[in-house]
Every structure is written in C-alpha cells, then in structure tokens.
Design a protein around this ligand. Structure first.
Ligand code: GUN
Length: 295
C-alpha cells in the first residue's frame, strides 16, 4: 500500500467556500467588501498566470479586485507611487506586488513601502522579523507557509513534538514555514543546498517540507515510513508527450516517495497541492485585514 494523497485542490476549495460565506455575511452587516490590489510589472508569463488567478479568485469570493499592470520600463519611483496610492486607499485591505520585479527596481525597497496593515503576502522585514520572535505577532504570515500549516491541520497531522525537516531557507517559504512550525512546538531542522548527508537528515523527519527548487530532488529511500511530505516545489521539466512540451513536477520524486511512505504516510501532489492553498491563504489574509479594519 502506498501513501495517501493530501488533496490541496479540494481543501483549498473548502477554505474558499468558508471565506466566500464570511465575505457575504460581512457585506450583509456592513455593506462593504474586502479589496485586494495586485501589482504586476512586466510581461513574465508565469507571473501573468499567477496574477490572473489571484484576481479571478478575489472576484469569485465576492471581494473587490484592484490591479495595476505596469510596463517593465517603469521607474522605481513611479512603482512606489502606486504602492503609496494603494496604502492610502481605504477600500484596499491587501496589497500584493508580484515578484520577481525587473532588475533595475530595488525589490526590498518596494516591499518595505507596503503598509504593514496591508502586507497580505507577509514578505516585509517587519512581518518576517515579528514572526521570528516569541510573543510578537506578525500582522500576516506568508501564504505558502500558512498553506502548509493549514494542510497539516486539516489532514489531521499533529505538529507538536514532531520532527519537521524543512528543505530550503528562502524568505518566502523555508524560513517562515520553519518559524510557524516552531511556534506550533515542532522540532525543526532546516536543511539546504550546503547540508551534508541531506538524505540522512530527511530520514529522521516526521514531517518534510520540500522547498528547495530542484525537480524530483527528494528520493523515496530517504523517507521514514508513515511520514508526511508537503511538496512546495513547482519545476518545469521537458516532456515531448505534452502539448506545451513540458510538465510540472515537485521537489519530491513522487512515485518513489509514495511507495516508501507506506499506507500511513501522506503526500501532496504537484500540481494540486500547495499551489491552490497559497492563493486560498492570500484570500484569507485579505479577509483578515478587512475584519481588522471594520473592528
Ligand atoms: N512570486 C512567486 N510567488 C509569489 C507570491 O506568493 N507572492 C508574490 N508577491 N510574488 C510571488
């Protein structure tokens, strides 16, 4: 028997339905709706797809969608002016600047410019800094890390006392998810590209979060039977049998992992795992921001 699949698509749909209901209830009470502003600079195809999906879901959940689709020649000053305008617009509860930004723009400066109360991506140093501190609550945590915790909770996986091995130390996933797991009383090991004997480290894990950005990196033979594996990776690999010429795979070698984990193991697929959860968490953060504003 192989591991059970955690269906991120299905769980994200349930969460979206919950949010939609809450948005509708709040609208009945207040006559107001949450608003999310999305800023896209340039014409990267992947970013266009993400932004389109975020806007679509914002509207589908009954919220107001604002956007700025800007040329990649825009100056940092002009981009900052958009952020400032959204900061001071009372109808906007969340601001998301899609990354990466063109090279001539200082990404950190732009992220620093987003008001803490509207930073629904949780990418600012203030958000990550507070997340790192005991007893300080960040206004928002980053969406993929939140999605990981939510998937564990909704799949009945307890976190407290477990050994979680996080592969990757990025500001967007590895670092914040490690801190969230720590706040939930897991024992956390952060492994990365320079870690020695990484397979041995992974073999100790009850929970594996793979966010290292390498296709099929985690091998089934590394995994402990009965462990839970969340695969955050999205990697395109050449596949001539597909219309687009490629297919998406995660950071985990899915087939060997599924076998090695055994019947008590759990694993997320790619696609259909963390991807839909990330957007659902963005919607949840936007709703939370609106609720805070309305008091
Ligand atoms: N680029 C890739 N993923 C993300 C994300 O979650 N948020 C933003 N703002 N940019 C991204």
């Amino acid at each position: 028997m192989t591991a059970k699949i955690i269906d991120g698509k299905k769980i994200a749909k349930i969460i979206r339905e919950e949010i939609k209901q809450q948005v509708s209830d709040l609208f009945q009470k207040t006559g107001a709706k949450p608003g999310l502003a999305v800023v896209l600079v340039g014409e990267r195809k992947d970013s266009q797809v993400y932004v389109r999906e975020k806007k679509k879901q914002t509207v589908a959940l009954g919220m107001n969608s604002f956007d700025a689709i800007l040329p990649d020649t825009i100056s940092e000053e002009d981009l900052m002016a958009y952020v400032q305008k959204y900061n001071s617009n009372p109808n906007i509860d969340g601001i998301l600047v899609q990354l990466p930004l063109p090279k001539h723009i200082n990404e950190q400066r732009v992220l620093d410019g987003i008001s803490e109360t509207k930073d629904v991506d949780g990418f600012s140093p203030l958000a990550i800094g507070k997340l790192a501190m005991k007893g300080r609550e960040a206004m928002f945590s980053a969406c993929t890390p939140l999605g990981c915790i939510e998937l564990l909770d909704r799949s009945g996986v307890s976190i407290e006392g477990k050994h979680a091995v996080v592969l990757g130390r990025s500001n967007i996933v590895g670092l914040p998810v490690s801190m969230l797991l720590l706040h939930r009383n897991a024992t956390v090991t952060i492994a990365h590209s320079r870690t020695k004997n990484i397979g041995d480290v992974v073999s100790q894990a009850d929970i594996v979060i793979a966010a290292i950005g390498k296709a099929n990196f985690v091998q089934g033979e590394w995994l402990k039977k009965g462990a839970t594996v969340l695969d955050v990776g999205i990697n395109a690999v050449n596949d001539k049998t597909k219309k687009k010429g490629y297919r998406l795979v995660g950071d985990v070698d899915f087939e060997s992992a599924k076998k090695a984990l055994g019947p008590n193991g759990l694993i997320t697929p790619v696609p259909g795992g963390l991807g839909p959860m990330t957007i659902a968490m963005l919607m949840k953060n936007t709703l939370t921001s609106f609720q805070r504003k309305m008091g």
